[in-house]
Design a protein around this ligand. Sequence first.
Ligand code: CO8
Length: 258
Amino acid sequence: MAYETIVVEVEDSVALIRLNRPEALNALNSRLLEELAAAVSAADSNDKVRCIILTGSDKAFAAGADIREMADKSFVDVFTEDLFTISTEAILRCRKPIVAAVSGYALGGGCELAMMCDFIIASDTAKFGQPEINLGTMAGIGGSQRLTRFVGKSKSMDMHLTGRFMDASEAERSGLVSRVVPSAKLLPEAMAAARKIAEKSAISVMAVKEAVNRSYETTLREGLLFERRLFHALFATEDQKEGMGAFLEKREPQFRDR
Ligand code: CO8
């Protein structure tokens, strides 16, 4: 499929999806979100892809939902079209890991999109924020829920109520991002992480993703049971025998996703 607002490359089992609307700092319009949903679904069902990276430009991961496109919409418009729901659900449905590689602005819907990914690697120029309050609105695709779970109530309230930006080092201290690297190293670092994930058994990778995500949806007791059952279930795979066997034989495992 030919895309207009994103660029997709597949290399070494990794699909790199780059948001590409430089004229609007990668603001998320409906076209971009449809293309992103299609690209993520295609990568999820492509046997050659084992991990996905979502990135933007040096200046902006994404500066939010497209304000120009939204400005004249009415309540009835956004309610009936259920703005952004279908496109964002494709990302949440994806069973392969998605790493967000964030440089520059990740604001509003851009910050929310990064948080929908499985983890965030940030460049030292990254700026995160939920500035929708400045537009007389508020987060609409997960910011009030996900940011609060990641950085706690006080910082989340501060960000949403004042609209201030959080720089990369504060984001790392607060647990919003997993690592911060110099801007020039962002993609190499994300690629190295994705390639490492791609070497693992795809079954364990999917199980880990399900288990960690379940921790945000359920009680500790239910989450622990869910994890234990997945752990038990992995003993039915050839990859568990291969992984443990390889350790004991002091060699690298050859996983076959079985
Ligand atoms: N939408 C549309 N266009 C944008 C956006 C945006 N979010 N952000 C930047 N642009 C455009 C600018 O209009 C400008 O275009 P032009 O050159 O044609 O005027 C171009 O990108 C460059 O931007 P600036 O000149 O403003 O660049 P600066 O470096 O001076 O400033 C900023 C960069 C600080 C990022 C600034 O552009 C800014 O504040 N942008 C808006 C950030 C924002 O408010 N984001 C939140 C948007 S609302 C949202 O995301 C809601 C999500 C949930 C929706 C759920 C619905 C159900």
